[in-house]
Design a protein around this ligand. Structure first.
Ligand SMILES: Cc1cc2nc3c(=O)[nH]c(=O)nc-3n(C[C@H](O)[C@H](O)[C@H](O)COP(=O)(O)OP(=O)(O)OC[C@H]3O[C@@H](n4cnc5c(N)ncnc54)[C@H](O)[C@@H]3O)c2cc1C
Length: 231
């Protein structure tokens, strides 16, 4: 059974908070260990080992260094992710994950919005990037964003009260709306995700989730974490 609360908007027991505590990611299910990796790699010898030794640790290192990555696919993780819609959009570009998400066609409860703790300025050098703000009036801009969230929610509720269906009314809710999704991935594709999303090129909000994933899975794959310098 996945280790998860009945209400999926509540973080599961094994979780890491991100985005100033407004978002979180939990590890709710898992299959395989590093022994699964070395056993898969050595399957051609027809032998199975139950416990990792130093040679197995060296084999994990060799597999990753030489891109012999299919044995990593025998380790799987399921996460429950609570994040803003714009993070969800970036995440779901990773096609090798399996996803299921809460639907605003079915429920209009628990609607919350991400309010950034610190707003950043646009970077001049890179149109995709941002930098620490020097000229932004943080209090005023954050207050404007909070007002916009509240006005959007009022409009959404007004539309529902007017009889508009949820699937159309949700169109007025902004990108900062929090969503929750269930996501399963194998270790090989998870490593690719972390390389892309815990990178200085990635948006800092999704980067926090990439870093949280490292914290959650390092106890399960410590040698992989060591080879990839995750600490
Ligand atoms: C910093 C950053 C900026 C980005 N900016 C943009 C942007 O401006 N616009 C935009 O549209 N996207 C953008 N992306 C998304 C990016 O183009 C990829 O869609 C995303 O990173 C997923 O990578 P992926 O395809 O390797 O992952 P996955 O979909 O998980 O695939 C993992 C690997 O599986 C293989 N694979 C999966 N599906 C296929 C397939 N159909 N055919 C062949 N091989 C496949 C590939 O080897 C792939 O690398 C950005 C990503 C990052 C990290």
């Amino acid at each position: 059974m996945p280790n998860v609360a009945e209400n999926l908007n509540v973080p599961p027991p094994n979780h890491v908070l991100v985005l100033d505590g407004q978002g979180w990611i939990g590890l709710v299910d898992q299959m395989g260990t590093e022994t699964s990796i070395v056993n898969a790699a050595r399957v051609s010898f027809g032998k199975i080992r139950q416990v990792m030794d130093q040679r197995d640790a060296a084999l994990v290192k060799y597999l990753i260094a030489n891109h012999h990555t299919s044995p990593l696919e025998h380790v799987m993780f399921t996460f429950l992710v609570h994040c803003p819609l714009f993070v969800r959009s970036q995440w779901h570009r990773h096609r090798t994950w399996s996803y299921n998400e809460i639907s605003r066609r079915y429920t209009n409860e628990d609607i919350t919005f991400y309010l950034p703790g610190a707003l950043r300025e646009q970077a001049e050098s890179d149109r995709q990037a941002s930098k620490v703000a020097e000229h932004i009036n943080q209090d005023e801009c954050r207050s404007l964003i909070a007002k916009h969230h509240a006005a959007s929610l009022r409009l959404f509720e007004r539309l529902l009260a007017e009889g508009v269906c949820r699937e159309q009314a949700r169109g007025v809710l902004p990108q900062n709306m929090m969503t929750t999704f269930w996501a399963t991935v194998d270790l090989n594709n998870l490593i690719k995700f972390i390389e892309l999303r815990d990178s200085p090129h990635a948006q800092s909000e999704i980067r926090e989730y990439g870093q949280a994933i490292k914290k959650l899975i390092t106890p399960i794959v410590p040698h992989v974490a060591e080879v990839l310098n995750w600490s």
